[in-house]
Design a protein around this ligand. Structure first.
Ligand SMILES: CC(C)(COP(=O)(O)OP(=O)(O)OC[C@H]1O[C@@H](n2cnc3c(N)ncnc32)[C@H](O)[C@@H]1OP(=O)(O)O)[C@@H](O)C(=O)NCCC(=O)NCCS
Length: 141
């Protein structure tokens, strides 16, 4: 059985582990330009980190102070096993605890169905970001 755990993380202590997953998924797999992947917001975000039974990082996501979720990434070999779900629940719980009225995110269009499972709804029109089609989605809390 594949075992993983998730926890809340922060950039100062866990930045290396968080970066490893994002580099593999966004920069290597999805060809997102390096200069678009790294920004000044990571330091202010609440991050969620998933690790395997050896402590190796396998998934990440982050949430800005305004309730905007992003950088949701699970290593290819771990997809379809509930890691993304566990990470997203962690961040939604964090946003609820901060009494923020809504969670927002920009979903790659292929992942709309994933976010709908959590109650997110599409708002607005499709747009391009880093060469990938996206839509904005909102979850009222
Ligand atoms: C999108 C992503 C984070 C999903 O993570 P995951 O660990 O594979 O998702 P889970 O296994 O937790 O899936 C939870 C549920 O969503 C469903 N699901 C997963 N990806 C889906 C997709 N692209 N479209 C529709 N449903 C999806 C699963 O079937 C599962 O359904 P169930 O509850 O009925 O069993 C992952 O595919 C990923 O990292 N993709 C590459 C990076 C990326 O594109 N990130 C940005 C997305 S905006």
């Amino acid at each position: 059985m594949l075992i993983f755990t998730t926890r809340i993380a922060n950039w100062l202590e866990d930045g290396l582990q968080l970066s490893v997953v994002r580099e593999v998924v966004f920069i290597n797999e999805q060809q997102v330009p390096v200069e678009l992947e790294w920004d000044e917001f990571d330091i202010d975000c609440v991050h969620a980190l998933a690790v395997d039974s050896d402590g190796k990082p396998i998934g990440t996501a982050r949430c800005l102070p305004n309730g905007h979720i992003g950088r949701m990434a699970v290593l290819k070999e771990w997809r379809g096993k509930g890691v993304g779900r566990a990470l997203l629940y962690r961040l939604i719980e964090e946003i609820r605890n901060q009494h923020t009225q809504q969670a927002t995110l920009n979903a790659q269009t292929y992942a709309i169905g994933f976010y709908r499972k959590f109650g997110f709804q599409v708002v607005g029109k499709e747009f391009m970001d880093a060469g990938i089609p996206h839509v904005q989605m909102v979850l009222r809390l």
